[in-house]
Structures are given as C-alpha cells and as structure tokens.
Ligand binder design. Structure first.
Ligand SMILES: Cc1cc2nc3c(=O)[nH]c(=O)nc-3n(C[C@H](O)[C@H](O)[C@H](O)COP(=O)(O)OP(=O)(O)OC[C@H]3O[C@@H](n4cnc5c(N)ncnc54)[C@H](O)[C@@H]3O)c2cc1C
Length: 403
C-alpha cells in the first residue's frame, strides 16, 4: 500500500514540501488540506503583490543573521537548502528571478501570481491531491500512524506536516500533541510617534540612521522613513523584529534615540562650529550642512533646537550649537503604539524550537510529525527571509519523509 503524507495548510511551506515530496518519491500519496477556499493567499499579497521570494545572501552564516528567532537552528538547514537553491528551483521551472539593488529577489514578472501558477502547476503535475475548504480540526497519534480529521473527512496517514502558518487553533492542536508554544507577538511593525519634528513631512527618508531604544540593549542601523504616523524604514523594522517580545512587554510605549547622520555623534558639534566660522553670514535654516538630512528635515531640527528662522550661523550661541548637534545625533522621541507594515508582516512565536530536530524538521516527541514555515517560532526581518524559511523547511521535510 502507498504511504501517505498529509499536509496541514496550503500555504508557502505546505506547497513547497508537497511538490518536492511527490517529485522525489512518486510512490508517496501527498494530500494538502487547506482550510480556506483558496490556496497560497499570503503568497498572493506578499511583497506588495510582487512576492519577494528570497534574498541575495549566499553564505549560510550570514543568512542566519537576519532571523531574530531561528538564527542558531537554521544554520544546519541552510547548508542543505538555501537562497541559491531557491533561485535554481524556480528558474528550472521556467520562473526567471531578478535581484534588486537592495538584494531582494522577485520574479521577473513582478507578479506573485507567477509563483502561485508555478506551484499549482507543479503540484498538479506531481500528482499532489489538493483539498480546499478542509479545515483540520484534530490530529491524533494512533500506533505508528496519525488520524487527521477535518470538518468533513477523516484520514489515516503515515506522515503529517503541519504548515498552517501563525494560527492559534492549530497551535492549540500542537499543544495537544505535547508541544510547547511560545506565545505569539507581532514582529515587523512601524513606530507610532506624534511629534512636531515629524509632522507634515511624510516621505522624507535618511539613508543610514542609527536608532536605539532607551533603557534596553536594542539598537539598529539603516534607512529611516518618516510616515504620516511616525517612523518606518528598514532600520525601524529590524528593531521591531529583534525587539518583538521586549517591545510587546513594554506595551509599545518606549523612548527611542535617533542619530540621523551616518556618522558618529562625536565630531558633529565641532563640524557645526566650523560652519559657524565658515558660513557666518548665511541663514542657518536655509541649507542643510549634511547631505543625509534633507532641507525639510533640517528645517524641523533647526526649529527644535530653538534657532530662529532668521538666525545666521555667526549669531548661534554654543548652547544652540549643542542643541542642534543633539537634534541631529541624539534626537529622542516617545513611541506610542505600532502600525502594521503592509508589505510584509509576520508573527514571532510558535512551536518551541527546542522540541524540533532540525536535521529533519521533525518533532522530537513524535516520529513522522513534521513542522515547517511560520508555525515554528522562527521569523525574520523583511527582505524575503520569511519565505526562505518556508522553502528550506519544506525542502527538508520532503527529503525526510520516507527516509
Ligand atoms: C502582507 C504580507 C506580505 C508578505 N510578504 C512577504 C515577502 O514578500 N517575502 C517574505 O519572505 N515573506 C513575506 N511575508 C511573510 C510570509 O508570507 C510568511 O512567512 C509565509 O507565508 C509563511 O508560510 P507558511 O506556509 O508557514 O504559512 P502560510 O503561507 O500562512 O500558509 C498557511 C496556510 O495554512 C492554512 N491553515 C491554517 N489553519 C488551517 C487548518 N486548521 N486546516 C487547514 N489549513 C489551515 C491557511 O489558510 C494558510 O493557507 C508576508 C506576509 C504578509 C502578511
């Protein structure tokens, strides 16, 4: 009799595992049970509809640095299947990819539908059985096998892969199987700040700021973007991912300090004093003396340093120069709440990684019970890393089933 693999969830990890398992082992019956009436819905909306499939970072050690949760555990798996393999996998199936300037990788078509079409076609060709509107309600161990019940059917199966993403109901099923769930908290969000210095200048960005969260060890560097609600951009998103749990504990009320310049704080005051000598007759507010700081942001920071709009450099007191240096390099803001980053948002938390054998993405408690994707307590910063986790997990499960 054919052995059976039941996959709970027709999302990124579920499809990737299903296709590879069915192709590697044509004797295996592979069934995807998808709770909703459509598969791959997150892939559809991913990357603003373009699907950022992976990232141009080709060294496993370097790649793990993008995962606040899962860094240590993914090192071994990335030696088996990572970004370069993902590119080859898609390109071999007639989906050309392109690397953008910031190293994010997208289909050349700029459309997530290309990825969905590739998956549904490959699954169909490999004989994967797909059942939509089949929400899994229970999973029980029965001897060497598992009994999986949906809202309408019951399956006896040799292997189960749980790839249901961040789903509270499925996590409670997993708890029922004896696994610990690390409580979920949001990751990848932007900071809400109501402050005169950021008002009416949405869209302004700086290329390489440093941001730290006061009274914590959390600090990051990267581009910042001023929005209608506060601050966003890679520097903030990275902080939100690394600080997901800590910031949730603070109820998203905390203070940050921003250095808008891509240079250290030291030396900035001296540089401003040189401007005072060199540009004595010039009006301070009219021209930013740092190329990283645009005219409109400069205007706001000069005003915050209580320098009048008509003041010339020569008229500035030492105190005013110090205040301006502080606004540029030690600019503090109160954060009150968070907003969702629409291009990509993920949840930290999930199945405790200590209970998984990462050589196989298998439960340490139940042989032939596998997990892949966001159901695990693994998540990454933005840039295609979350999908890479789903592909790597799915690939390893496909190779483990039956072995
Ligand atoms: C708006 C948005 C944009 C994103 N963009 C990107 C991006 O560009 N690049 C990137 O790397 N990451 C991106 N991500 C993150 C990425 O989408 C996820 O990390 C990834 O989809 C996780 O894959 P998964 O298979 O674990 O879960 P999912 O893709 O969420 O799939 C889980 C599936 O399981 C199904 N399911 C749940 N419960 C049950 C049940 N009881 N029975 C049966 N089925 C069930 C769900 O309906 C779903 O189809 C984005 C996320 C969002 C929300």
């Amino acid at each position: 009799m054919k052995k059976k693999l039941i996959i709970v969830g027709g999302g990124a990890a579920g499809f990737f595992a299903a296709i590879n398992a069915a192709e590697l082992n044509p004797e295996l019956e592979v069934v995807i049970l998808e709770g909703s009436n459509k598969v791959l819905q997150k892939v559809k909306v991913s990357g603003g509809g373009r699907c950022n499939v992976t990232h141009a970072c080709f060294i496993p050690n370097d790649l793990t640095e993008f995962y606040p949760r899962g860094r240590k555990e993914l090192l071994g798996p990335f030696h088996q299947f990572m970004t370069g393999d993902t590119m080859e996998w898609f390109e071999n199936r007639g989906v050309p990819l392109k690397i953008e300037d910031d190293n994010r990788i997208f289909p050349e078509s700029n459309s997530s539908q290309t990825i969905i079409d590739c998956f549904t076609e490959s699954a169909n060709n490999a004989g994967v059985v797909l059942k939509t509107s089949s929400r899994v309600d229970t999973i029980e161990k029965k001897g060497e096998q598992f009994v999986v019940k949906t809202n309408s059917e019951e399956f006896i199966t040799d292997y189960v892969l749980i790839a249901a993403g961040s789903n509270a109901k499925v996590w409670s099923l997993v708890e029922g199987l004896g696994h610990k769930i690390v409580p979920p908290v949001p990751s990848l969000f932007t900071f809400n700040i109501s402050d005169e210095r950021l008002k009416n200048i949405p869209g302004i960005s700086v290329p390489n700021a440093s941001v730290k969260i006061l009274n914590s060890k959390l600090a990051e560097q990267g581009p910042l973007l001023i929005t209608h609600w506060g601050l966003s951009g890679p520097g903030i998103l990275k902080l939100s991912a690394w600080g997901a749990t800590e910031l949730s504990n603070k109820n998203y009320n905390f203070e940050i300090e921003v250095n808008w310049l891509s240079k250290p704080t030291e030396g900035v005051l001296e540089f401003l004093k040189i401007q005072k000598n060199k540009n004595g007759k010039k009006q301070v507010i009219l021209r930013s003396v740092f190329e990283d700081v645009s005219k409109r942001l400069w205007f706001k920071l000069v005003k915050a340093a209580r320098i009048s709009e008509t003041a010339q450099w020569a008229q500035l007191s030492n105190k005013q120069l110090e205040d301006l240096a502080n606004q540029l390099t030690k600019c503090t803001f109160k954060v009150n709440g968070k907003s969702t980053f629409k291009e990509e948002f993920v949840t930290a938390g999930g199945v405790d990684l200590k209970e998984i054998n990462f050589k196989r993405f298998e439960s340490k408690f139940h042989k032939n019970l596998f997990f892949a994707g966001e159901v695990l307590n693994i998540d990454a910063v933005t840039g295609g890393f979350n999908f890479q986790n789903a592909w790597t997990g799915g690939w390893i499960v496909a190779n483990s089933v039956g072995n």
